[in-house]
Design a protein around this ligand. Structure first.
Ligand SMILES: Cc1cc2nc3c(=O)[nH]c(=O)nc-3n(C[C@H](O)[C@H](O)[C@H](O)COP(=O)(O)O)c2cc1C
Length: 254
């Protein structure tokens, strides 16, 4: 079929667990890929969490969550930024050496990295950053405005440039194929779906606009992030920021 269904069926079949293939994998512990990425030497931006995690009504957040592309020219607060990123990948428990997070992940492998383009955050100049997982701080990769580059890579979706911050997730395949082989890609999308929904619900709870984006030019976005496109590649992004005051959520149109 020209629409790609055949290709996907073949992939689904080949990545299906069946008794002939299940359980046959031995884990090569000596060559286990690193669990998270670090940029030694990068300047650090602390993420300033409030003293207490705020309370919010989950049911209200579920009711209010909408993909909103209307973003005000206002700044995102530092605490808001911290809370949004904590909702994505905050550490909530430790199991031996494993750092368990706010979102579930198959095998607790977390085969993705989180980059954040700060575009209008209180007291911070625009820059591209990377979330350091155990330290819960941002590592500054490059100073400057990344919104227009990200929007261009996202097929010209202007709200990506207008957002106060854009979170970009990359997939780090070897971290997951190490355990799950070709089935890893199934899990990756599921893992990032959980993370994206955490961000969307946290944004709703904070009264912010948030819109997920998966329509982008892969190579162009990989180049913006300076990732190799093979072992690590762009997978998903979300634009987030203050919502225009007094405007009710726009209906879903896309
Ligand atoms: C995986 C995924 C990719 C998406 N990509 C885009 C996108 O590139 N641009 C966009 O404007 N919205 C995008 N959206 C948002 C959807 O259009 C939106 O979720 C849908 O219209 C339903 O509306 P709601 O989220 O407000 O309920 C995406 C949503 C998901 C889950």
């Amino acid at each position: 079929m020209a629409d790609g269904t055949d290709l996907l069926r073949a992939w689904w079949e080949q990545t299906s667990l069946d008794p002939r293939r299940a359980g046959g994998r031995t884990l090569d512990w000596e060559n286990r890929p690193a669990s998270y990425k670090e940029y030694p030497g990068a300047a650090r931006l602390p993420l300033e969490m409030p003293e207490n995690i705020p309370t919010a009504d989950l049911w209200q957040a579920l009711q209010q969550r909408r993909s909103r592309r209307d973003l005000a020219a206002a700044e995102l607060g530092r605490e808001q930024l911290a809370l949004l990123l904590w909702a994505c990948q905050g550490i909530t428990a430790r199991l031996g050496t494993q750092l368990l997070r706010t979102a579930p992940s198959a095998g607790a492998l977390y085969p993705f990295e989180t980059y954040v383009s700060l575009q209008r955050v209180a007291g911070l100049s625009p820059c591209l950053t990377h979330l350091h997982i155990p330290g819960f701080h941002l590592e500054v990769l490059t100073e400057g405005e990344f919104g227009p580059h990200l929007a261009h890579a996202a097929l010209g979706q202007e709200f990506v440039a207008d957002a106060a911050a854009v979170v970009v997730w990359t997939a780090v395949l070897p971290r997951c194929t190490w355990k799950y082989g070709p089935r890893a890609l199934r899990y990756l999308g599921l893992d990032l779906g959980h993370v994206g929904q955490n961000l969307a619900l946290a944004a709703a709870a904070l009264g912010l606009s948030c819109c997920p984006v998966a329509a982008f030019l892969d190579r162009e976005l990989n180049a913006v992030l300076e990732v190799d496109g093979t072992n690590e590649f762009a997978y998903y992004l979300a634009a987030v920021g203050p919502a225009p005051r007094g405007r009710s959520p726009e209906p879903a149109t896309r």
